[in-house]
Ligand binder design. Structure first.
Ligand SMILES: [Zn+2]
Length: 246
């Protein structure tokens, strides 16, 4: 009988450490923010890792600057290393908040789950290093430690998400509008998706694929939203009003 209880205890213990969720909207990920105003947060990822993924969409960023549009930029360490001069320009511009998009662009898992062929982190230690190595790179470039993190692929299990929030004291940025599906959509589709923006939405798109339809779609979509009276906020400005996945 004692042995049975022991086995039961061990099973419970193991299950407690086993993640139950795997996705873009696991417990603790912020998806939107609460507001009664016409406010939207634009977030742009820069992934790096290959020549094609290390591009810089200058047309898109210049449009934001010319129109005074705030945005939160999620930069991966590999992208930063390929674009150091651009990083230095972006960090001087108050319109932009710089955030962490991981060190090796790995999905955030405590036990090596993967998605889209990208292998996730395999342990708590790897979760921490995927986040912190890029934070250290930020600090080495005289950039303050970012408040927000988004993993490569934006996939998490809920235990990895909890480590980032509770132990590394960062917020995890999810989204409510996927504007360019990894910079694969044509500009009309990007335009339609952005134009549907509502109060408190968090938009995700990419700033590392100048060859894609993203820049033109975002430009027209944002012009449309501006006409409707929307303004844009950085995520840190709405940090206390984030709405989380349960
Ligand atoms: Zn990415």
């Amino acid at each position: 009988m004692k042995k049975l209880y022991f086995v039961l205890f061990l099973t419970l213990l193991l299950e407690a450490n086993e993640p139950k969720q795997w996705g873009e909207d696991v417990t603790g990920v912020s998806l939107k923010f609460s507001t009664s105003k016409k406010e939207i947060a634009l977030t742009l990822d820069a992934c790096g890792g290959s020549i094609k993924s290390s591009g810089y969409d200058e047309k898109l960023i210049n449009f934001l600057i010319e129109n005074n549009i705030k945005a939160t930029l999620f930069l991966n360490a590999r992208w930063i290393k390929s674009n150091l001069e651009i990083f230095k320009k972006l960090q001087k511009n108050n319109l932009f908040e710089l955030a962490n998009h991981g060190t090796e662009h790995r999905p955030l898992s405590i036990n090596g789950k993967n998605i889209y062929g990208q292998i996730g982190t395999k342990s708590k230690q790897e979760v921490i290093s995927e986040v912190e190595e890029n934070n250290k790179l930020f600090q080495s470039l005289n950039q303050t430690r970012p408040l927000f993190f988004r993993s490569g692929t934006a996939y998490y299990d809920e235990l990895a998400a909890k480590i980032v929030k509770d132990e590394l004291n960062m917020e995890i940025a999810g989204f409510s509008i996927i504007a360019d599906a990894g910079a694969t959509l044509v500009e009309d589709e990007v335009f339609n998706r952005i134009s549907n923006g509502k109060n408190g939405d968090i938009i995700i798109a990419h700033m590392n694929h100048p060859e894609s339809g993203t820049a033109n779609g975002i430009k027209d979509g944002i012009k449309n939203l501006l006409k409707k009276g929307f303004t844009f906020v950085k995520l840190s400005e709405v940090k206390n009003r984030l709405i989380y996945a349960k």
